[in-house]
Design a protein around this ligand. Structure first.
Ligand code: NAP
Length: 314
């Protein structure tokens, strides 16, 4: 499986996971009567069960360990894939690994669901993981498109967090948005921000804004990949070898993004700073405007957000 496969195939297969919509102001205890079965945790607050040991789990757990947000001895990973088991044993020998969920929930205070959305029903509220077993555990899901209500219904309580990460998390440069269920505490939010912050930037949003997060940062890396490719194509058209053009295009995007992040200046100001009167750059900016570059990007974000809303049943 490639990362591109993952992100592009995330959404269509999720539609069956949105069986109902929660009306605004609807009380979670009414919607999920099993919330009353929530039992106090008997485990250390730091114990973490990671369900799914693939690309994102590896990135997140690696970031957590590097940043001191977790100790390897507190982490258990569950994944049926033997290749995954090999990877975890080789790279994190101090992390416990098991191929199936059986018994794993009991010893965890927090659970990170890092599985594909279509696998969620195999994990939440199953005969071996009934809602009672989820009592008192913070449940964090990175499964794209799966709403808080589905998580809360499966766990039997509202201490649930929905995250929209993006692929640059895999290189420690992610941008994640998250929203929380009604039983999530301030301490839970701090923990979520610590672990997501260990692989990039993190922002808290409302669930209604998660589709917009998908449009900007979830799908955004693809727009930037297209832009880097096109910049390099332009370089080749203007006479550069492909490898040189790609190297320059990549570093230009990285450098410009770093300037926006670190200078505190508005991108329009930074653009003005490099457009000298009658010069080359303003000539190029004029061509971008004529060709709808800015409007195209705005429309792309709106289209991705709308698609995300549609696939989520909204
Ligand atoms: N990759 C990204 O950049 C990205 C970005 C945004 C959101 N996400 C979300 O992150 C989640 C994980 O993505 P990923 O890229 O890390 O996927 P992945 O690399 O495919 O990892 C998922 C792992 O979970 C395993 N698994 C399957 N069923 C399981 C079960 N019942 N219990 C425990 N583990 C099970 C899979 O094994 P098998 O291969 O044997 O099925 C696989 O090793 C997805 O929901 C995706 O929507 C990912």
């Amino acid at each position: 499986m490639t990362l591109g496969d993952d992100c592009d195939s995330l959404f269509p297969e999720h539609q069956s996971l949105f069986p109902f919509q929660r009306p605004a102001g609807h009380d979670l205890d009414t919607a999920f009567p099993l919330a009353s079965t929530m039992a106090p945790s008997k485990t250390s607050d730091d114990t973490l069960l990671v369900v799914g040991g693939g690309q994102m789990a590896r990135a997140l757990v690696g970031g957590m360990l590097r940043g001191g947000a977790a100790d390897a001895g507190d982490v258990t990973v569950v994944d049926p894939d033997p290749r995954s088991q090999d990877w975890w044993h080789q790279n994190h020998p101090d992390i416990s690994f098991q191929p199936a969920m059986e018994g794993a929930l009991a010893s965890a205070a927090k659970v990170l669901l890092a599985i594909k959305p279509h696998v969620l029903p195999d994990v939440l509220d199953t005969p071996s993981n009934p809602v009672e077993a989820w009592g008192g555990k913070l449940l964090l899901s990175i499964a794209a498109g799966v709403p808080l209500k589905t998580l809360a219904r499966g766990a039997g309580h509202g201490r649930v967090v929905r995250v929209m990460p993006n692929t640059p998390s895999l290189v420690g440069q992610g941008a994640s948005g998250y929203c929380t269920g009604p039983d999530v505490t301030d301490a839970d939010r701090s923990w979520v921000e610590r672990i997501l912050g260990s692989v990039g930037t993190v922002v808290g949003v409302t669930e209604a804004q998660i589709d917009a997060v998908t449009g900007v940062s979830g799908s955004g890396p693809a727009y930037v990949f297209v832009m880097i490719e096109a910049l390099a194509d332009g370089g080749v058209a203007a006479g550069l070898p492909r490898s040189v053009a790609l190297q320059l295009a990549t570093q230009t995007v990285l450098g410009a993004a770093t300037m926006v992040r670190d200078s505190g200046q508005h991108p329009a100001q930074l653009k003005d700073n490099v457009c000298s009167p009658g010069g080359t750059t303003i000539a190029a900016v004029g061509v971008l405007e004529q060709n709808g570059f800015r409007a195209g990007l705005i429309d792309a974000v709106i289209a991705a957000a709308a698609k995300s809303r549609q696939l989520g049943g909204g």
